[in-house]
Structure formats: structure tokens, C-alpha cells
Design a protein around this ligand. Structure first.
Ligand code: 13P
Length: 251
């Protein structure tokens, strides 16, 4: 039996003003109050982090950001550091989301620097990997993931990564309504765990949480969570409404 605590995370992407974020967070705090044995996380846009942190204080819901920059401070207009996120109440930070890779030219190398900065700043990285539709169709799913994991986690030791969370998000399943089947997702999660075993050891591979993301909804979460290597979900669209996200949290 796995001893990994399930983590249900909501990535709000570029949605919600401060007041919208605060009211959704407040509704979620109420509806998640009875949840036990699992962790819950929301990642609002930067501007809403601090006001949402005040709503989440003392609740079962943790706060995360959607990205960070690796430098401590400096003339980097538009960027946000790990210390700034921590000071706004964040415990987690999403890193390497496919939308960042696709639209903002993030690479495995910059993802690696961001993970380093997050860990140095005592934030828990939610490190995203996933193959494109084209990669899957041409039989390259495992080689793409192998490269993303090896480069993203380059030069880390197992002891650095105890808290790390990995999110497997097949690009073709994000926002498309096409969920990977629980069998497809399990196959990849098992592969990711075996990669971690080979490069960082069994103990870490057994303890790291691997989330699935891509069109997770209240009606498919239970089946996904029934798979032995799926330890939670990273939810986009369905996390924006407190009732819908709460139904997922209560799978
Ligand atoms: P959807 O749940 O909207 O498919 O988005 C998934 C995602 O990208 C979460 O990070």
C-alpha cells in the first residue's frame, strides 16, 4: 500500500481578478473543511496570491504560484522570486507547465534552474512534464518524458527532492476534454516512477507524488485515483468553480 498522501491541486492559470479569487477561495475553504487524508492546493495568478493567502490561513487548503524566476532579486522586469512567493504565503510552485514551455519558450534547462530556486527558497515544486499529441502518435512518449525528467532534475540528489511533486500532463489532454484513460495514465506514471528509481533510488521513487493533469473532472477523478501510481491531480478548468473543484477533492 502506498503511503503517499494524495494531493489535489487547482491551477487557475490566467483566470480571476483579486475579488473573484478571494470569493472562490473562501467557498472552497468551507467545502473542503471536512476533507482528511489528502492535501489540497490552489494556484491563483500572482496578483491574487496575497489576498487569497489571508482567506486560506488556518484552513486545509494550501497556496501555490504558477511559476517563478530563479534569480534572488535584480533588474528583471516582470519576474517574481521564490522569496517573494513565500512572503505572499505560497508553499508550492508549479514549474515547467506545458503552456510555459509552449508559449514562453521555457526549456528543460530553465525548468531545472527554477526547480533549484524553488527548493532553495523552501517552496515545493510541482514539476510538470508531458508529451505532445505528435510525440504520442509517433511512439515517442517515453523518450520525451525521459528527457524532460533527466534534464529537469539534472544535478539533484535524492535528498534534495524529498518534497518534489511531479505532474504528468499529456499536452493533448489539456483543456481538450480528452482525458488520458486511467490505464494510459497509469502506464506513464509507472514509467516515471521507474525512471526515478533508476536515477535517484527506490526510496525516493516510492515516496514522490505523481499527479495526473489533463481534463480531470468530477466524473473521472475516482477512476484515475484508483490507479496505484496516480497520487493526485492537477486540475485546470474544473478547479475554477468551488463546487466543481470540491467534488473532485471529495472523489
Ligand atoms: P484542464 O484541467 O483544463 O485540462 O487543464 C489541465 C492543466 O493544464 C492543469 O495544469
Amino acid at each position: 500500500m502506498s503511503t503517499r498522501t494524495p494531493l489535489i491541486a487547482g491551477n487557475w492559470k490566467m483566470f480571476k481578478t483579486c475579488s473573484e479569487a478571494v470569493s472562490t477561495a473562501a467557498a472552497l475553504v468551507k467545502s473542503a473543511a471536512d476533507v482528511s487524508g489528502r492535501d489540497v492546493l490552489i494556484a491563483p495568478p500572482y496578483t491574487a496570491l496575497y489576498p487569497v493567502s489571508e482567506v486560506l490561513a488556518g484552513s486545509r487548503v494550501s497556496l501555490g504560484a504558477q511559476n517563478l524566476f530563479w534569480e534572488k532579486e535584480g533588474a528583471f522586469t516582470g519576474e517574481i522570486s521564490a522569496a517573494m512567493l513565500a512572503s505572499a504565503g505560497c508553499r508550492y510552485v508549479i514549474i515547467g507547465h506545458s503552456e510555459r514551455r509552449q508559449y514562453f519558450n521555457e526549456t528543460d534547462e530553465t525548468v531545472n534552474r527554477r526547480i533549484q530556486a524553488a527548493l532553495k527558497g523552501a517552496l515545493i515544486p510541482v514539476f510538470c512534464v508531458g508529451e505532445s499529441e505528435q510525440a504520442r502518435d509517433s511512439g515517442q512518449t517515453f523518450s520525451v518524458l525521459d528527457k524532460q525528467i533527466k534534464n529537469g532534475l539534472k544535478s539533484f540528489f535524492a535528498k534534495d527532492l524529498e518534497k518534489l511533486v511531479i505532474a504528468y500532463e499529456p499536452v493533448w489532454a489539456i483543456g481538450t476534454g480528452k482525458t488520458a484513460s486511467s490505464r494510459q495514465a497509469q502506464e506513464v506514471h509507472e514509467f516515471l516512477r521507474s525512471l526515478l528509481d533508476k536515477s535517484l533510488g527506490r526510496e525516493l521513487a516510492d515516496s514522490i507524488r505523481i499527479l495526473y493533469g489533463g481534463s480531470v473532472k468530477p466524473d473521472n477523478i475516482a477512476e484515475l485515483m484508483g490507479m496505484p501510481d496516480i497520487d493526485g491531480a492537477l486540475v485546470g478548468g474544473a478547479s475554477l468553480n468551488a463546487d466543481t473543484f470540491s467534488a473532485i477533492v471529495h472523489y
